[in-house]
Design a protein around this ligand. Structure first.
Ligand SMILES: [Zn+2]
Length: 414
């Protein structure tokens, strides 16, 4: 029924004002692929989804997306918007030599590139020396000042004293660190609460790291320290996630109640069984290791896999075999923002089916990150959508051929 606007006097149809009907070739709803489906968007939400002929869409503007697959906006599970590729500038130099203003200016471009690549949400796991700058970045995005993805932020992240980096300096010098040092009962409680107070949505701990003069990673926090961090974060309704590459670091993180383990390179079948038992998700960051080794000179494709890559393929397969939830997250920032799809391609290269990799990047990450308003194409959820040319459930590389992105029903690049 037509309605008259009280101020302007314009007549409009209340049910259909601004509605848009998106007609791709097929819809991946976060779980299953449906040929011939369409999606009706009303404002910032999904109004309806189903076979194109079945959708009641009188008066809606029809957007023809012929040749494309429409998917939920992708959810990046492990980003660092305040870092840029290490082959441009080493991590040490980014942390020690780049002005914060420079890092923030870059981050605004990283945020835009991420969104335009179809990644409408990121879980940003640490500013790496840029204090709480992720909080302001998120604020600017949320206020529409700059384009960018919805952000879950970790702020500074927590490290055991002496365990992190930059390192390798004279022991007589105290070098600023890429995360916040805190240990023991009172200092850890204070650090977690301070990070939450300043805007952390999630608490990140480094359960192990390459420590001191040993080149191998070793556990850092004790199990009791990790349990304390998890308890304090959890009492405020926030999850804790752990960087862990060693089996023992992973074991402590799992037993302490960390919800995701980042990297997990040296996991074992026993550790992955423990993850499965505790419902801990693995964010394997395949692309970061792959990129780092290439920066050191590995000619991928022409030279054989180095040992670290061979091992990563084995442990990733062990995690899949154990039925561990896989969280899509590439540690993007080590490689270029906007190139997030690299991790999806590698998940497939290392043994996942494209459909499973896409589930991980949509409904899977939404579930792991407690995001009930996104990750699927379903009535009532946010209209965060991406249309790509071709069918990424058949050829994962199609995810790069982005034709349209919507965040809350709005095209950031009209
Ligand atoms: Zn990271």
């Amino acid at each position: 029924m037509p309605t008259t606007h009280p101020k302007s006097g314009h007549t409009y149809h209340l049910q259909t004002a601004g509605d848009k009907l998106y007609k791709p070739d097929r819809v991946f709803d976060g779980e299953t692929l449906h040929e011939g489906w369409a999606v009706l968007v009303k404002g910032d939400k999904i109004e309806a989804v189903g076979p194109a002929a079945s959708l009641r869409s009188e008066g809606a503007e029809v957007i023809d997306l012929k040749g494309t697959t429409l998917l939920p906006g992708l959810i990046e599970g492990h980003s660092h918007l305040l870092l840029h590729p290490y082959n441009e500038t080493t991590w040490d130099d980014q942390v020690l030599k780049e002005p914060r203003s420079y890092r923030i200016a870059r981050a605004t471009v990283h945020a835009r590139n991420t969104l335009l690549a179809g990644f409408t949400t990121v879980r940003d796991l640490g500013t790496e020396g840029a204090d709480y700058d992720d909080v302001g970045l998120k604020q600017a995005i949320n206020q529409g000042i700059i384009p960018g993805p919805r952000m879950i932020v970790a702020t500074r992240a927590l490290i055991a004293t002496g365990s992190y980096a930059p390192k390798g300096f004279s022991p007589d010098i105290d070098v600023p660190q890429g995360a916040e040092e805190a240990d023991g009962h009172d200092r850890l409680i204070q650090a977690v609460r301070r990070q939450i107070g300043k805007g952390a949505d999630v608490i990140k701990v480094y359960a192990d790291y390459r420590w001191g003069l040993m080149s191998e990673a070793r556990p850092t926090f004790t199990l009791d320290e990790l349990k304390l961090v998890v308890e304090v974060a959890h009492s405020s309704g926030r999850p804790t996630v752990a960087h862990a590459t060693t089996a023992e670091g992973m074991r402590r993180a799992i037993l302490a109640g960390c919800e995701t383990v980042e990297h997990g390179d040296a996991g074992t079948p026993e550790i992955f069984a423990l993850m499965k038992q505790h419902g801990t998700a693995l964010c394997p960051t395949l692309a970061a290791g792959d990129a780092t080794i290439q920066y050191r000179g590995w000619k991928k494709g022409t030279e054989p896999d180095p040992e670290r890559i061979r091992n990563k393929k084995i442990t990733f397969k062990q995690a899949l075999d154990a039925g561990v939830k896989i969280c899509f997250g590439g540690d993007v920032g080590v490689f270029a923002h906007g190139d997030n799809a690299r991790e999806l391609e590698m998940m497939v290269e290392y043994g996942m089916k494209p459909l499973d990799a896409l589930r991980s990047a949509t409904s899977g990450n939404a579930a792991v990150f407690h995001l009930t308003d996104r990750g699927r194409i379903r009535p009532g959820l946010l209209a965060d959508l991406v249309a790509v040319e071709g069918d990424p459930t058949k050829t994962i590389g199609a995810i790069r051929k982005v034709r349209l992105v919507l965040k809350g029903g709005v095209n950031p690049k009209p």
